[in-house]
Write a new protein. Structure first.
Length: 105
């Protein structure tokens, strides 16, 4: 249903991730803690987000590569089938032409 409104799963996930990052950053900045503790928590959260983002990007690249490989395979299959159909059409045409020549001659 979200895709009908123009939202893909990727955009929803990225929005959620960005909202989480902003929310976590604000919570850390507004929490009553010492500056050193706050900076440490911000650094820790940033590293976790970076790791999650890298994992997500890696998975997305793998899925894209797999999809491209499948598309190339399908394209080659369709190309091969079309070539065979064209060759079969040529052969049928040549047979008909030769039959007509035999009947005339």
């Amino acid at each position: 249903m979200d895709e009908e409104r123009g939202f893909s799963a990727k955009s929803v996930f990225l929005s959620f991730l960005l909202g989480g990052i902003v929310g976590a950053g604000l919570a850390l900045l507004l929490a009553p803690q010492a500056g050193r503790e706050t900076r440490a928590k911000i650094k820790e959260t940033a590293e976790e987000v970076k790791e999650k983002a890298e994992t997500y990007i890696k998975e997305a690249k793998e899925k894209i590569a797999t999809t491209l490989d499948k598309a190339k395979e399908t394209l080659e299959e369709k190309k091969s089938a079309l070539t065979k159909a064209v060759e079969a059409g040529k052969e049928a045409y040549e047979k008909e032409v030769s039959k007509e020549k035999e009947q005339e001659g």
